[in-house]
Write a protein that binds this ligand. Structure first.
Ligand code: FDA
Length: 501
C-alpha cells in the first residue's frame, strides 16, 4: 500500500529520533539535489518526470542503516539502496511505480577498505567504489588485487550483490566467487554476519542481485595474487583489416586460453578493439599469442608492461598518462544517457553471420557491443554454487550498449539496440534467453504486486529465470524465509516463493 503523508511524516520523525539530523536530507534541504545526482550515471533517470525520494538518508555507520530499516518498516516507507548508483535502470534511486513513497539510503559515506595482509583478505564497505578498493589493496601490496569490474566508479554494494565480471574472472572467478563473509541489515533491522544470517541467505546475496534481501553494509573478500608486472595490449582491427575473421576465430580461442590471459572485444564503428590483460610478462605473452592466436598478429610493439593497478587505470581510461590516483575519482557526469542489454553465447557464431553483424555498428544510432570471454575458473564453478548460473556452457557474455545525448538522438539509439537484440536471437542462448543481472534490463519483465501486497512469483520468474536459470526458485525460497512480507523490493526484486495455501 502507498503510505499516506502522515506515515511519511512518521518516518522522518522516527529517523530523527534515532540518527543525527544532518544525515537526513528532505526535498527542502539545500543539498538534496546535489546528493541525489552525485552518483547518477544516466541522464535519462534525472528529468522533471523522475519521481524524487521522500528523503535521502546518508549513513556513516551501520546503526544508521538499521534505524532506516526499523523506521521504514514501522511507518510503511520503502527504501531504495544506493552504493555506486550504476544500476542500468536506476532502480537504486528512482521508482517506476507511480505514487510509491520511498527513501534513498545512499551508502557513499560507508566506504572504508581494511586490508589484512597476513591472510590476504579485506573488509570493504558497500559504499566504496571499485577504484577505491583496487587502489587501497594495491598500495598495501602491489601483488594483491581483486577480480571485479572495469569501471572504477562502480559501487561495491551493487556489484558484489550481482556477480562481478572482470578481466581476471578466467583466472579467479567472479567477484562473488571470492566473498568470505558479509554484514547485512536484514528485514528485522538486525545487523548479521555470515554465521548469524545462515548459509542460504549468504548464498543469495552473492549474485542474487541487490535489494531483495536486505542492505549489505560490508563484505569480507579474498584478495588474489598478481605478479608485480602484468602485460596489457590494445589492438584494433577494422573490417578492411580482417576484423570479421579475427572475431570469428576469437570465439574459439578466448574461452580456452590459459586462464592468466583474458582478451575481451569491443565492437564499435567498423572496428573491433581487442583489450587484453595477461598476468605475466610480455615475453611469455608473445609465445602464447603466437602459438594460440596468431590471427590477431600481436607483436612486441603491442605490449605494455606495468603494475596491476596501472593496468586497471589503462583499461578504463585508455590513456597511459592517466595517473592511478584517477581510480579514486568518484565524480560522475550527467551528460549522456544509455540503455544496456545482455546475452550469453554458447556456440560460436558463424563467420557469415559476423559479416552481417558488423554493418550494425555503422548504422544510424549505433552504440557498442562488448564481448567478455568466460571459460577458465569462472566456467568451472558449478551452476548452483552461487546464484550466477552462466558457467560451463557459456563461451562469452555479450553486452549491448546504446548511448545518446539529447532527445533528438534517443529514438535512433533505442531502436538500434532493440533491433540488434532481435537480430541476435538465433545465435545466443535459448529457453530461456539468458541475461546478466548486473546489466539490468527492464525489457525482460517487471514484478506485479499481488493483492496480498507481495511481488508475485509468477511475474518474477519471467525475468528471473533469464538471470538466474534454476537458481531463481532457490532465491525465491530464501526470500520467503527472510522477508516474507516483501519489504525489500523493487521492480525486479526476487519475489517470495510462499507455500500455496
Ligand atoms: P547501484 O547503487 O545503482 O545498485 C545496483 C543495485 O544493487 C540496486 O538494485 C541497488 O538497490 C542494489 N544495491 C546497491 N547497494 C546495495 C547494498 N549495499 N545492499 C543491497 N543492495 C544494494 N558489471 C560487471 O560485472 N563488470 C563490469 O566491468 C561492469 N562495468 C560497468 C561499467 C559501467 C559504466 C556501468 C554503468 C556498469 C558496469 N557494470 C559492470 C554493471 C555494474 O556491476 C552494476 O550496475 C552494479 O549493480 C552497480 O553497482 P552500484 O553499487 O554502482 O549500483
Amino acid at each position: 500500500a502507498v503510505p499516506s503523508l502522515a506515515s511519511s511524516d512518521g518516518f522522518l520523525q522516527c529517523l530523527l529520533q534515532k540518527i543525527p539530523g544532518e544525515l537526513v536530507l528532505t526535498q527542502s534541504s539545500s543539498n538534496f539535489t546535489a546528493v541525489l545526482v552525485s552518483s547518477i550515471r544516466n541522464a535519462k533517470f534525472f528529468t522533471n518526470a523522475t519521481a524524487r525520494p521522500l528523503c535521502i538518508v546518508t549513513p556513516i555507520d551501520a546503526s544508521h542503516v538499521q534505524a532506516a530499516v526499523l523506521c521504514g518498516r514501522a511507518e510503511g516507507v520503502r527504501l531504495r539502496v544506493r552504493s555506486g548508483g550504476h544500476d542500468y535502470e536506476g532502480l537504486s534511486y528512482r521508482s517506476v511505480r507511480g505514487g510509491e513513497v520511498f527513501a534513498v539510503i545512499d551508502l557513499a559515506g560507508v566506504r572504508s577498505v581494511s586490508v589484512s595482509l597476513g591472510d590476504a583478505t579485506a573488509w570493504v564497505d558497500s559504499g566504496a567504489t571499485l577504484g577505491e578498493l583496487y587502489y587501497t589493496v594495491a598500495k598495501s601490496n602491489p601483488e594483491l588485487a581483486f577480480p571485479a569490474g572495469v569501471c572504477p566508479t562502480i559501487g561495491v554494494g551493487g556489484h558484489l550483490s550481482g556477480g562481478g565480471i572482470s578481466m581476471m574472472m578466467r583466472k579467479y572467478g567472479l567477484s562473488i566467487d571470492n566473498i568470505l563473509d558479509a554484514k547485512i541489515v536484514n528485514a528485522n533491522g538486525e545487523l548479521v554476519d555470515r554465521a548469524a544470517m545462515g548459509e542460504d541467505l549468504f548464498w543469495a546475496i552473492r549474485g542474487g542481485g541487490g535489494e531483495s534481501f536486505g542492505i549489505v553494509v560490508s563484505w569480507k573478500i579474498r584478495l588474489v595474487q598478481v605478479p608485480s608486472t602484468v602485460t596489457v595490449f590494445i589492438i584494433r582491427r577494422t573490417v578492411d583489416q580482417g576484423a570479421v575473421d579475427v572475431v570469428t576465430r576469437w570465439q574459439d580461442v578466448a574461452p580456452s586460453l590459459p586462464s592468466e590471459l583474458t582478451i575481451r572485444v569491443i565492437l564499435q564503428g567498423p572496428q573491433a578493439t581487442f583489450q587484453s590483460l595477461y598476468l605475466g610478462s610480455c615475453a611469455a605473452l608473445l609465445l602464447t599469442m603466437s602459438s594460440l592466436f596468431p590471427e590477431l598478429g600481436m607483436t612486441s610493439a603491442d605490449c605494455r608492461e606495468m603494475s596491476w593497478l596501472q593496468s586497471a587505470a589503462l583499461i578504463q581510461f585508455w590513456n597511459p598518462n592517466t595517473p592511478v590516483e584517477e581510480l579514486l575519482n568518484r565524480r560522475t557526469s550527467l551528460q549522456g544517457s544509455t540503455k544496456g542489454k545482455s546475452d550469453y553465447v554458447e556456440r560460436a557464431i558463424p563467420n557469415g553471420v559476423w559479416k552481417n553483424i558488423f554493418p550494425w555498428f555503422t548504422m544510424n544510432g549505433a552504440g557498442m557491443v562488448i564481448l567478455e570471454p568466460q571459460g577458465g575458473f569462472v566456467g568451472s564453478v558449478p551452476a548452483a554454487a552461487t546464484p550466477y548460473p552462466h558457467r560451463s556452457g557459456a563461451l562469452y557474455n555479450v553486452q549491448y550498449i546504446a548511448f545518446w545525448s539529447g532527445d533528438d538522438t534517443a529514438a535512433a539509439a533505442n531502436r538500434w539496440i532493440s533491433d540488434l537484440y532481435a537480430f541476435m536471437e538465433p545465435y545466443v542462448s535459448k529457453n530461456p534467453r539468458a541475461a546478466y543481472v548486473n546489466y539490468r534490463d527492464m525489457d525482460l519483465g517487471e514484478n506485479a504486486v499481488a493483492a496480498n501486497d507481495v511481488s508475485s512469483f509468477d511475474s518474477g520468474k519471467v525475468w528471473g529465470r533469464r538471470y538466474f536459470a534454476g537458481n531463481f526458485d532457490r532465491l525465491a525460497a530464501v526470500k520467503a524465509a527472510v522477508d516474507p512480507t516483501d519489504y525489500f523490493r523493487n521492480e525486479q526484486s526476487i519475489p517470495p516463493l510462499l507455500a500455496l495455501s
